[in-house]
Design a protein around this ligand. Structure first.
Ligand code: ZN
Length: 286
């Protein structure tokens, strides 16, 4: 075989390998030059009854809630923000995983991370907006990350008996994980002001939201469950099931003032219509 033919063969083989999903999955992501935000599909919630949200079906665009997970990739490391409702091991290949009857998911978080070159074991930090079951589904996969959590939220998660609003088995591995107890109202994850966890208590004892300063997109705030439906914000409705409704009202006022001051967009995580318009991984915001 001539050298030229050999070279042509090698080029062809490399092209085939690069195009295969296997090769895609095995390609390990390199730290980005600037901050990136990936929106991952962690399913949806078909809320059976919206009366606890002080809303009427007829006043709403939809009663369905989106369940996104977020990967923040910073030059100095990565942060997972909220990890879904249905754990990956409850999602059958090619089928639908279900939790509590109305939480469903068709894609595993692990496969979506693999598609962009990450494995749960590679993730530097884990932060949850709060402890409710629809935000902690895959927490056990991130037990190798450093967990950024506030005191009351962690205490609530490991209280006996456990809160009926969560699924303790889905985050049990966090109990002994490397943990940073966040005490400041604002916690600057990478030290450059581009990724800041902000206290916004009320929905749960130490509920929090995430501020991101993206170079091209501009500032974005991920809501956690400060609001669930956009109609709650528009009509100033506070759910009856809040941990502390007066705290929620105060947190909403503080965050609204922050949004006005910073010019950040608010992404309401459970807003099904808003979420449907967002670019999904492997695309990203930067
Ligand atoms: Zn929620």
């Amino acid at each position: 075989m001539t050298c030229r033919i050999l070279r042509m063969l090698m080029v062809a083989m490399a092209a085939v390998l690069a195009a295969s999903p296997m090769a895609m999955a095995q390609r390990k992501a390199q730290p980005p030059i600037s901050l990136r935000l990936y929106v991952l599909d962690c399913g949806k919630l078909d809320i059976p009854d919206v009366t606890p949200y002080q809303l009427k079906k007829e006043d709403m665009a939809t009663t369905v809630m989106s369940v996104p997970c977020f990967l923040v990739a910073h030059p100095k490391g990565t942060l997972m923000w909220d990890v879904g409702a249905v754990p990956d091991n409850a999602i059958p290949t090619g089928g639908t995983g279900r939790l509590r009857g109305y939480g469903t998911s068709t894609k595993t978080l692990k496969s979506q991370l693999a598609e962009i070159g990450y494995m749960p074991a590679d993730i530097t930090y884990l932060a949850l907006s709060h402890f409710h079951w629809d935000h902690v589904g895959n927490a056990n996969q991130f037990a190798g990350a450093t967990w950024l959590v506030r005191k009351l939220e962690r205490e609530t998660m490991f209280a006996e008996p456990p809160s009926p609003r969560t699924e303790p088995a889905n985050f049990s591995a966090l109990k002994n994980t490397k943990t940073v107890i966040v005490t400041d109202s604002d916690y600057d994850v990478f030290g450059d002001g581009s990724v800041v966890i902000k206290s916004a208590a009320g929905h749960s004892p130490d509920h929090q939201v995430l501020f991101l300063k993206l170079a091209k997109t501009g500032p974005v705030l991920l809501s956690g469950d400060l609001y669930h439906y956009p109609e709650e914000r528009k009509l100033s409705r506070v759910p009856t099931t809040e941990f502390d409704a007066s705290q929620t009202i105060a947190s909403r006022a503080a965050i609204e003032a922050f949004l006005a001051g910073s010019g950040a967009q608010l992404w309401i995580q459970h807003d099904f219509t808003g979420n449907a318009k967002l670019k999904k991984s492997p695309e990203f915001y930067e």
